[in-house]
Structure formats: structure tokens, C-alpha cells
Design a binder for this molecule. Structure first.
Ligand SMILES: O=P(O)(O)OC[C@H]1O[C@H](OP(=O)(O)OP(=O)(O)O)[C@H](O)[C@@H]1O
Length: 184
């Protein structure tokens, strides 16, 4: 793993998705949700920090009334592999009983994060639960998760548009593959 990444676009091996490609797909996802959830009041549960830009961009395109709850869910601790332990700050006052919940996250990888959050949400007996992610990796899951995905991507570590490596790269407007030197 490189010790010298600075977190700028020059550190990328290549750009996977440009800001324009991301914006076009997010608009399509929002248009579909606007049809399928029309007439409902939607309770969004948005996972931070990685989901920050996806959630901000998608929500501004939703036309139904929305309530927003942000949760901090982390298990990678800045690295490229899950620690296996999903830490969630679930507010004691959060009650999703009877609500139409839309769960949003940036990326579905092992499935551990969304699996853990889905379990917590379902314990509260929402009226419905729908999950959307911007990216879904083509890889075997450690936990099965049902989610609509903006893009299916190969099993490579990605950064940008909210996603980090060692706390950096979140601010890149594109999504890219890191130049990881296996020897370093
Ligand atoms: O499917 P999984 O293997 O669980 O991986 C997906 C999760 O990993 C990342 O979160 P991370 O733990 O890096 O925290 P962050 O959102 O604060 O960056 C990402 O934002 C997802 O929530």
C-alpha cells in the first residue's frame, strides 16, 4: 500500500466515472424514484461519510416530501479492506416504524454495512424499505443485500465522490481507481 498518496487526482491510476457520467446516472435514479415513490412521504436514511455527495445530489432531484436522517457507519477505517466490524451511531430517538424508508449509500462491497443497517431498520417495522447505492461491486457478498445500483463495477478499490482512502480523495468530483503499488 502506498504511503505517499496525497489524495489528489494525479494519484489516480485512471478515472472510472466522470462527474458528467455520475450526474446523468443520479438523475436517472431520481427520475425512477420520483415515479415509484410518488405520493408518499419518504424517510431517507443516508449513510455517512461516503454517501455525502450521492445523497446530496440525489435528494435535490427528488420531488416527493422527504425526511432526512444521516447515520455514520464505518468499518474500513480508511483502508482498502473491511475490518468486519460495522460501527453505527444509531440515534436513540430514531424510530422508523410505519415509514417508507429509502436507505442510501455510496457503495455496496462486501454487504456488511448495508446488511447491518438493514437489519436494524427492519427491527423497527417500517411500512416499506428500499435501498439504493451509486456503486455495486461485482463480487461475492459476505452478506446478501437487495439494492438498486447506479453502476455495477469490477472489484477494484475506488475513491472520489465521497469515497476515501486513508481519509483522503473524498472531494474528487469523479470516481477513480487508485494507483496502488502492491510492492510498497
Ligand atoms: O459493503 P461494505 O464492504 O460494508 O462496504 C461499503 C461501506 O464501506 C464504506 O464505508 P466506510 O466504512 O469506509 O466509512 P465511510 O463511509 O465513513 O468512508 C462505504 O461508504 C460503505 O458504507
Amino acid at each position: 500500500m502506498p504511503s505517499n498518496v496525497t489524495g489528489v487526482i494525479q494519484d489516480l491510476e485512471r478515472v472510472l466515472l466522470s462527474p458528467e457520467q455520475i450526474a446523468a446516472r443520479v438523475a436517472e435514479m431520481a427520475a425512477r424514484l420520483n415515479v415509484e415513490l410518488a405520493g408518499r412521504v419518504v424517510t431517507v436514511v443516508a449513510l455517512m461519510d461516503g454517501g455525502l455527495f450521492f445523497v446530496a445530489d440525489l435528494l435535490r432531484k427528488l420531488e416527493m416530501p422527504v425526511r432526512l436522517h444521516t447515520l455514520s457507519a464505518s468499518s474500513y477505517q480508511g483502508g482498502t479492506a473491511t475490518t468486519g466490524e460495522v460501527k453505527v451511531n444509531w440515534p436513540a430517538t430514531l424510530n422508523l416504524h410505519g415509514q417508507d424508508v429509502l436507505l442510501l449509500d455510496d457503495i455496496l462491497d462486501t454487504g456488511l454495512t448495508l446488511g447491518a443497517i438493514t437489519e436494524r431498520i427492519l427491527e423497527q417495522e417500517p411500512a416499506s424499505l428500499r435501498t439504493c447505492v451509486l456503486l455495486s461491486k461485482r463480487r461475492p457478498r459476505l452478506r446478501e443485500v437487495v439494492a438498486d445500483a447506479g453502476f455495477e463495477i469490477d472489484d477494484e478499490f475506488v475513491v472520489g465522490y465521497g469515497m476515501d482512502f486513508r481519509g483522503r480523495f473524498r472531494n474528487l468530483p469523479c470516481i477513480g481507481i487508485l494507483n496502488l503499488d502492491p510492492a510498497s
